[in-house]
Design a protein around this ligand. Sequence first.
Ligand SMILES: [Zn+2]
Length: 389
Amino acid sequence: MDEAKLHAQVSAHLTELAVYIGSRPTGSEGNHRAGEYIQQVLTEFGWEVETQRFECLTWQAGEAHLTGPGPVFALTPNPFSMAFEGEASLVLLRTLADLESVGDLSGQIAVLTAELSQYSYMPKNFPFFRSDDQQRVIHLLETKQPAAVLGYLKSPLFCDADFLLPSATIAPEFAEVVQYLDGQTVHLSISGRTIPTDGYNVVARSREMDGPKIILCAHYDTWFDTPGALDNGSGVAALLTLAGVLDQETYPLELVFFNGEDHYAAPGQVAYLSDFYPDEAAYVINIDGIGAVGKHNSLALFGDDPFLFDAAYRVQEQFPNLEEVPAWYESDHTMFVQQGLPALAFSSANAYDLWNVVTHTHRDRFEQVDIEKVVEVVQFIEALFAAVG
Ligand SMILES: [Zn+2]
């Protein structure tokens, strides 16, 4: 397919996902609409499409307010937070050592700052990977039982229905003002509703599955309140475009549009592993967060497959702007790598400065994605298939 056509397709898919549909948290209305769009595109390209349904929880946002002996602050309720309404004194906690040494916190509101409030916390029961330090913080909070937990970040500090304390996130620009409230009594309210619902993965397969399957995947869910252009409208747009380019007669392909990479329980990933993983697979290619404006695309290789990796290196010579980066263990390739499958993962290089600043926030809009760079990944994968035969 010529470059102009690829460009038009990527742009159309990304517009549908990140502009018309917008946020697509697993089980939400936007999520179902995105799933339907993906099925429709795949069907038009002549794929056999299957949906893999699962039950899950979604969340309807409420509001959060902190009223001190001064101004009222609007906070962001963390998705899946329990509701809260009441008076309590604030206690600021800066380090893990602070949290270890502080006594029982019941009747107080714990405000996590400094090193305790740098990143969104991994869900406490996340099935694929966990951070020991974060698990320790979560465990200490649940043991010391504050009335609520607050922290500073541009995206929600917690997004976890298994975390059983009311929580909300304060915009970083209010950090200094809230410091003055240390030890003072404030009024806090947090509202929102957790709702049981369902979601599904969309899986398309070549009609002739001769030999071990090749899995190409991208997750189509987003965090709450983000159009999810970069994370991961870009990857879905690339995979949908590839669905029209790759020849299903030639390759035993399984295209998996995962639903749950940004959900605390990864329900789509868990369902996929239990139903489909026993099928024999050759390798996996995951696309997540490609084409960030001002960054190069990145490729990371996992496991051991000299034939595939040699082919990838040869193809890379035609794409000098695409950077090889060290293996990184997040996103959907990780669960396959843990099972011993070789994997390639495409993303954006050195994009750490976008985490929780653009990605997972309302700023992750269409303009954050360079369509040319999404096309570059489509062309790379097309060339890779030609190289491996
Ligand atoms: Zn992602």
